[in-house]
Design a protein around this ligand. Structure first.
Ligand code: SAM
Length: 245
């Protein structure tokens, strides 16, 4: 099976696997952060690594949204769900849309698809260049050096009457990169099949990320798991970065 086909399968399962995630709560945090920090006049939102449009769905009445993602299969699903929103295919590391926005979001650890600090630096520069003065950047970083647990096994399951899926992965870090192999076991149309989906994710220290953001010109705040509470290492919670241009 080619990589292209594997991605197709992954996109199809994405919404089912993450069905229980509370994107509405995250969208409420985004709206709160924008009210608190944005001083640019417009309401243009660029959703980088938008996936299947799960945040766009809850933000579409408050912002004029453009979605951007590297995976055409994810974009196809987003377009079907949200036909009024333009969804563009592209790589955040090379992004050059020739226009600026008031808010950029990059959600659910999608920044971890930058595997080195040099790549992250380029991506943050791209984000900065696509923001109006007074605009806001928001991204979460569920995987980071501070919360890394080596060898941890995660198991996600979907159990519907006519569809069953188990996805297993083990954390292992090599040179600050998590080369994750997700093993899928899927029962669909009465048949069991399996797949492996591979992702390379950069694992960064929080201070390095803050330093990079400041070097690029952002004022930085870090919140804890989409709550109106500042993040600290002791919280053990998902850091949510808010950068102001
Ligand atoms: C974990 S998903 C997050 C999707 C969405 N933001 C959400 O919260 O559900 C990661 C997404 O990042 C996209 N992605 C990975 N590398 C990318 C890149 N270099 N540029 C743009 N998108 C990328 C993938 O195609 C995938 O849709």
């Amino acid at each position: 099976m080619t990589k292209e086909q594997l991605y197709k399968k992954f996109a199809r399962y994405y919404d089912k696997i993450y069905e229980k995630m509370d994107h509405q709560r995250e969208a409420e945090f985004i709206k709160w952060a924008v009210k608190s920090y944005k001083s640019s006049q417009g309401n243009e939102l660029l959703d980088v690594a938008c996936g299947t449009g799960r945040h766009a769905y809850f933000l579409k009445n408050d912002f004029k949204i453009v979605g951007f993602d590297i995976n055409e299969d994810m974009l196809e699903i987003a377009r079907e769900k949200l036909p009024d929103i333009p969804f563009i295919k592209g790589d955040m590391k090379k992004m050059d849309l020739g226009r600026k926005f008031d808010l950029i979001i990059c959600m659910f650890s999608a920044v971890n698809y930058n595997t080195t600090l040099d790549e992250l630096k380029v991506t943050l520069k791209n984000f900065y260049n696509h923001l109006n003065d007074g605009g806001v950047l928001i991204f979460d970083m569920g995987i980071n050096k501070e919360n890394w647990i080596e060898g941890m096994v995660s198991v996600d399951t979907v159990i519907d009457e006519d569809f069953k899926l188990a996805r297993i992965c083990q954390s292992h870090l090599e040179d600050d990169v998590f080369n994750s192999s997700f093993v899928y076991l899927i029962k669909e149309n009465g048949m069991v099949d399996f797949d492996i989906d591979e992702h390379a994710l950069g694992v960064f220290g929080m201070e390095d990320v803050v330093d990079l953001m400041k070097t690029k010109g952002f004022e930085v705040f870090i919140y804890s798991d989409f709550k109106d509470e500042k993040w600290g290492i002791e919280t053990g919670e998902r850091p949510v970065f808010v950068g102001i241009k």
